[in-house]
Write a protein that binds this ligand. Structure first.
Ligand code: HEM
Length: 452
């Protein structure tokens, strides 16, 4: 039924606004948008914030209807997206009328990639986007450099397995610090070539800049650290191996600003590391699905590992690394019953949609099949890599790269979870999985007493 659109500055009551602040917005900020904070992650897990986020948004939708819910905090106009179909409208309507930029993202990313595609103006966006899509081979399967990527993953994982196995029973523990060091080296290899495996300094500089970026425009730019970092990236691009990703971009200084694009890649590989560590937890869990995943790792030798790729995608669906996808409206936009003012930041909270058990029978299950039988593709609000013209151009490359790394780790022998948390139950997965606390070992007994 058609009803007259009406303007609404604040669709929620003061009580609801407070609840949204404490259950939805603050936990997201506490975790760190650009680099995860261990304390924030622990707090979110301890207070079950991810589950509260889902129930809060579900209740708001029941009370206020399907339209995005407009709110105002400290003068900033935002709208919470509540219906899956509206996610499609927003992502397809990018970059006009829904810009992927916005003040907070510009403020955050200019700390280390002032000319990255994500924060580029309308004039520069198309050719920078094209350069990213080409280098990362979006929509091409497998990536033209799949074999080189597999070789890097094998080499890095083999070194890690050997270090764990040689460490003796007391210290052979794969924790986050060890895992992420190895994954960072893998990222530098894939981006620049084998020579960059030891270039930890570039990653360290980036980490420092990202810590500032968590504060967006509230933290002053550290121009000197930024130029040292971008200078190192430039030098590595100049030396890149011919089969490395950076060699698929233009030369530093070109209009595409390859150094800024590569800065984004190095930053984004951190999300891939988190998702991979959680995927390892899924693949070493109980049940027939996990067993099939391990069997693929043990037996398949080529570059096509569909179950391992789907395991990575499931990891990001179940525990999204991009907690919120944001679009800012350039004009007033009309929805079913509301017209929402221009300059509103529309927030798509991925956890709310990915874990919507009223819509998805597999909401809390490990179900890699949804990525091969079309279910995930036809669901507009499953958006671990987002979609549309500003969706992640790495969404094919990441699962591919990770599938090789997981295979090599699984081939290292039976791997067990050895932390204190209860084993993952494949149909009742927890709302949060704090990657900082996961621990695995090739020695000892599996959690729950089974060997995998
Ligand atoms: C688990 C790992 C990753 C996840 C979950 C992920 C997810 C995302 C998401 C949700 C966006 C925002 C899209 C939007 O606003 O609609 C994005 C943007 C982007 N991602 Fe990824 N990403 C990952 C890793 C990577 C990697 C490794 C690369 C590069 C090698 C990459 C390259 C990019 C670029 C260039 C953009 C900006 C696109 C644009 O504005 O047009 N991502 N990613």
């Amino acid at each position: 039924m058609y009803s007259e659109p009406h303007h609404e500055a604040n669709g929620a009551t003061p009580g609801e606004s407070l609840e949204i602040l404490s259950s939805v917005l603050l936990p997201t900020v506490a975790r760190g948008a650009i680099v995860r904070r261990p304390a924030g992650e622990a707090l979110v897990t301890a207070t079950d914030s991810d589950r509260r986020l889902v129930s809060t948004l579900r209740a708001l939708r029941a009370r206020h209807g399907d339209d995005p819910l407009p709110l105002r905090y400290m003068g900033r106009r935002i709208a919470l997206v509540l219906a899956a179909e509206d996610v499609r409208v927003l992502l397809r309507g990018t970059p006009d009328p829904f810009s992927p930029g916005g003040a907070e993202k510009r403020g955050a990313l200019s700390h280390f990639q002032p000319h990255g595609v994500l924060v580029s103006t309308q004039g520069d966006r198309p050719h920078r986007r094209e350069a990213n899509e080409h280098a990362l081979a979006l929509g091409r399967s497998p990536h033209p450099e799949a074999r080189a990527i597999a070789a890097h993953a094998d080499e890095e994982a083999r070194a890690l397995v050997a270090a764990l196995r040689n460490a003796g029973s007391l210290d052979g523990v794969l924790d986050w610090a060890r895992f992420s060091r190895s994954f960072d080296a893998l990222a530098r290899r894939v981006v620049f070539g084998a020579f960059a495996a030891r270039d930890r300094r570039t990653t360290e500089l980036l980490r420092r800049l990202r810590a500032r970026a968590n504060w967006s425009y509230l933290a002053p730019l550290d121009r000197s650290a930024r130029s040292s970092f971008l200078e190192r990236v430039r030098a590595n691009i100049e030396r890149a191996d011919p089969d490395a990703l950076a060699a698929r971009l233009g030369r530093p200084g070109a209009e595409e600003r390859p150094e800024d694009q590569v800065a984004h890649w190095l930053f984004a590989f951190d999300a891939a590391a988190i998702a991979t560590f959680r995927a390892l937890a899924l693949s070493t869990s109980q049940g027939t699905v996990a067993e099939a995943v391990r069997a693929e790792g043990r037996t398949e030798d080529g570059v096509d590992l569909p179950l391992l790729r789907a395991t990575l995608r499931e990891s990001v669906r179940l525990w999204p690394t991009t907690l919120v996808v944001i679009r800012e409206s350039l004009r007033a936009t009309t929805w079913r019953e509301r017209t929402i003012e221009p300059g509103t930041a529309f927030l798509v909270m991925s956890g709310y949609f990915h874990r919507d058990s009223t819509r998805l029978s597999y909401a809390d299950s490990f179900e890699p099949a949804i990525w091969t039988d079309g279910r995930a593709e036809h669901e507009p609000a499953i958006l671990p890599f987002s979609h549309g013209p500003a969706g992640c151009p790495g969404r094919d490359l990441v699962p591919l790269t990770v599938s090789f790394f997981l295979r090599a780790l699984l081939r290292g022998g039976p791997l067990h979870r050895v932390d204190e948390a209860p084993p993952l139950r494949p149909h009742e997965l927890p709302a949060s999985l704090d990657h900082f606390t996961l621990r695995f070992s090739y020695q000892g007994t599996a959690q729950g007493g089974i060997d995998v």
